[in-house]
Design a protein around this ligand. Sequence first.
Ligand code: IMP
Ligand code: MG
Length: 200
Amino acid sequence: MMLQRSSDFERILFDEETIQRRLKGLAREILDKYHGRELVWLTVMKGADNSSRDLRRELVELSFLTYGSLAVDLIQDQVIMSLYSNPDNPQKGPTTILGLDPEIDYRWKDVLIVEDIVDRGWTLYHLKKHLGEKSPASIEICSLLSKPSKREVELEVDYLGFEVGDFFVVGYGLDLEQKYRDLPFIGVLKEEVWEGRKKK
Ligand code: IMP
Ligand code: MG
């Protein structure tokens, strides 16, 4: 067993307080846009699980403070995206798209995709295309992180937590080989930790 320690990190980019404060800001933006409306809240698993849950909690809290009720009529869905399942074209997909609830009718609905990080952009490019075929009224994107320097396909992030540079980050949903998702902060691992994990 390998421990997941703070000392595995080279540096912390966003600590818990910074992340939670930013989520409050995003919740405000989303509430301002969608109050009085129905919204399909589509969480991209597993990376956005943590941030999506905390963001929804902030949204609900803010909504009760502002309107005395949950003013966004939320419908929850989730999806698992895997980019690397096509051996002929591992770079660009097509991705496998699993887990969308077949009982949710996307026609004429507003959809918010909630993602952990937009890197090259292909994951959300494929998801948007797939959802588009279901004829929703609109699709917007909320992502905790974005690496604009890595983008290969044009994609607008409507609600963005933070921009990051071109390095691999883990924590708060983001993983290295499925580890580190439950740490409340986001950072960069030490080179030796990264190398050690990758070999396993
Ligand atoms: P894209 O299709 O290149 O935009 O890839 C996005 C997906 O790659 C994200 O949903 C993450 O699962 C993963 N990913 C990209 N960069 C990182 C990172 O720095 N840390 C952890 N996962 C990442
Ligand atoms: Mg993701």
